[in-house]
Design a binder for this molecule. Structure first.
Ligand code: ADP
Length: 654
């Protein structure tokens, strides 16, 4: 008995020990098992929208749940295999595959997948939480779901915002054209879209193009009015039973539509539609994933989170807006505009700013250089002006000095020459008397020659002394005599006085005198000086030529008497002509530069004028014009000027 008791105690201890050691092992196994997620796709799982959805879903769950997560997926493909929803072998497949495997959450994607999970997998995977995705009312009724079901559902009126957006962009549209396929999902979408139209207003007509095959639909679309709103509801299956992935054909449909087309799925924006209030698959992947994480992380006994509403967002394709000429301003606030081509400014902002910066810097530099150049030129001009003024002042001071010196010189000369000239005159008169007294001793010819010589000496002496007197008067600014002057006589005397000079230079002096020349009023000695100076200059100028020739002519015209002295010399170069009448201007080695200023002073003193020009046959012509009648103004003694008063006009200098 005691043995039995001992055995029994040993067995109990062994059992307790076994229980105690085996229980933690089972818990450890449970703790390390990965979380298993079964995704049930209603359609195929490889389409682009589904891939976007799945990728975000997986990432969100994997990061939200502790420990490893395993994803299992089944594509039910109900559109193409519709009858399978009720098929027992399909349910058996799941039973066989998953019943003892252990699934932590089922994610049916689409209303029919949800129904399959609820109806057919309740026995296979009892009480496993179900989180549905991408379902819409009224196909899915949120109120009719068991306690282990939650998910995200699109409201029944999901086309209403899209239509509202369309009418804002096309306020003058006359018609709404709803395009859809013939499949059950297509029909549901078409019905949803059509039901939203009346709310827009009675003015809009409705056309439904449903169940047509593509080759019929596209030509029908092209015939419709441009002034229509085209709504792409869904097109998974055509009337002939051919199934499509809408993303593959939406571009062709949008292209055939003669007006802007709108859609409710974000993935289709970019393929041809203008946009719409869309459901975005990637966004839904994230939001469904978050809901799944909440379900998996809830405490034991907690209720399932409530069913959530899918919020649509306004999206527009900028290229299509441009293509249809739809105004950006018509877009609802907050619309996300995709594919906007950046403006030149946006694209090249950095370059433009850089280029503008460089241009601005260059402009500044150029401006600064121009300013600097302008300031330099101005400073240079001021400096030159000052230099010029200083030079002019120096010149005038020198000039005044020279004029004063000439005055002194003239006074001295007239004083000094008075004596010898008086002596010459005296001697010539005595000589003439001696010749007269010895009339008998000299031959007739000799007597006449001597008388002529002495007369000439006396006349020249008188002229010389007169000139000296007048020059002295001129320098002292004295009043001069006014009497009638025969200018022809002045010319003849000059030719005679300069005969000797002419002969030594082998030059010829000719006279062309107007016999009816009226007398002018003035100082004969000064007029004599004028003709003498001009004739001497003419002889100098023509000296270098082979046949030096000087012509002195007079003519009376228009109340004036003109004396012209022509030569066949070098003529007047421009640089000479500009300075002709400046005192002390000379081009001659031994010249004084006073001859022409004296001529000008005398002529102007007699109210006349002097012109210098080049002769038509070469050489120079100096013309002196004196009025026959002078104004009653009392004549003043001419005076030498300090500066030149020359002005060129018609090739002449006055
Ligand atoms: P000067 O005879 O002492 O040089 P002028 O005042 O008489 O002084 O003449 C000034 C300058 O005018 C002369 O040096 C000469 O260059 C120029 N000139 C005067 N007359 C003539 C002329 N007939 N032909 C060419 N140049 C002349």
């Amino acid at each position: 008995m005691s043995y039995r008791l001992a055995d029994r105690a040993a067995l109990l201890a062994t059992f307790i020990c076994l229980v105690c050691t085996s229980a933690p092992r089972a818990n450890a196994q449970e703790a390390t098992r990965p979380t298993r997620v079964l995704v049930l796709y209603q359609q195929q799982s490889e389409t682009q929208p589904m891939l976007e959805f799945a990728q975000r879903l997986r990432t969100t769950i994997s990061t939200g749940v502790k420990g490893p997560v395993e994803f299992y997926q089944e594509a039910l493909d109900f559109d193409r295999f519709g009858g399978r929803e009720q098929s027992s072998p399909l349910a058996g497949y799941f039973d066989d595959k998953y019943r003892r495997f252990g699934i932590d959450v089922i994610i049916p994607v689409g209303g029919r997948a949800l129904r399959f999970a609820v109806d057919r997998l309740a026995n296979v995977l009892p009480n496993v939480p179900i989180v549905f995705a991408l379902c819409g009312e009224p196909q899915t009724d949120p109120a009719d779901q068991p306690a282990n079901v939650t998910g995200r559902i699109a409201p029944a009126q999901r086309f209403a915002p899209t239509l509202w957006m369309a009418t804002r962009l096309q306020p003058n549209a006359e018609r709404v054209v709803v395009i859809g396929g013939a499949g059950p999902a297509d029909s549901a979408s078409v019905a949803t879209a059509v039901s939203a139209i009346p709310a827009l207003g009675s003015a809009l007509q409705t056309t439904v193009l449903q169940g047509l095959s593509l080759d019929v639909l596209l030509p029908r679309l092209r015939k419709l009015s441009r002034n229509s709103i085209f709504i792409f509801a869904n097109y998974r299956q055509d009337g002939r039973g051919q199934t499509f992935e809408p993303a593959d054909i939406i571009g062709s449909i949008a292209h055939a539509a003669p007006g802007p087309m709108y859609t409710q799925l974000g993935t289709y924006v970019g393929e041809g539609p203008v946009g719409g209030s869309v459901l975005r698959f990637d966004d839904e992947g994230v939001r469904t994933g978050r809901l799944v994480v909440r379900v998996l992380n809830r405490r034991r006994g907690d209720r399932m989170p409530p069913i959530e509403s899918i919020a649509h967002t306004f999206v527009a394709d900028w290229r299509q807006l441009q293509h249809w000429g739809l105004p950006d301003a018509g877009l609802p606030a907050g619309t996300e505009v995709l594919f906007r081509e950046p403006t030149l400014w946006q694209r090249y902002r950095t370059f433009i700013l850089l280029a503008l910066g460089v241009i601005a810097a260059e402009l500044l530099l150029i401006g600064a250089l121009l300013l600097e150049r302008r300031l330099r030129i101005r400073a240079q001009a001021i400096a030159e002006e000052e230099q010029h003024r200083a030079a002019e002042t120096r010149r005038q001071i020198t000039h005044i000095g020279r004029v004063a010196l000439v005055g002194e010189l003239a006074a001295t000369m007239s004083h000094e020459l008075r004596q010898p000239l008086a002596a010459i005159l005296n001697n010539a008169e005595v000589g003439a008397r001696v010749v007269r007294r010895n009339v008998g001793k000299l031959g007739g010819e000799e007597r006449e020659l001597c008388a002529e010589i002495f007369s000439a000496i006396i006349a020249d002496d008188a002229l010389a002394s007169d000139i000296i007197t007048r020059v002295r008067a001129l320098v002292r600014k004295e009043e001069l005599p006014q009497q009638p002057v025969d200018l022809n006589e002045m010319c003849r005397t000059s030719a005679r006085v300069l005969q000797y000079d002419a002969r030594t230079r082998h030059a010829k002096i000719t006279l062309s005198l107007d016999p009816r020349l009226p007398p002018v009023t003035g100082d004969p000695v000064q007029f004599q000086q004028v003709v003498l100076n001009l004739t001497l200059n003419a002889l100098d100028a023509s000296a270098a030529t082979a046949h030096p020739c000087v012509d002195i002519s007079t003519v009376a015209r228009d109340g004036e008497v003109e004396i012209a002295v022509r030569d066949n010399g070098v003529g007047l170069a421009e640089n000479v002509r500009q300075h002709l009448f400046e005192s002390f201007f000379t081009t001659k080695a031994h010249g004084l530069g006073l001859g022409l200023p004296i001529v000008q002073s005398i002529v102007e003193r007699h109210h006349g004028r002097v012109r210098a020009e080049n002769g038509e046959q070469g050489g120079a012509v100096f013309r002196v014009m004196v009025p026959v009648r002078q104004s009653p103004r009392r004549a003043r003694a001419p005076r030498l000027r300090f500066g030149a008063e020359t002005s060129a006009s018609n090739g002449a200098v006055r």
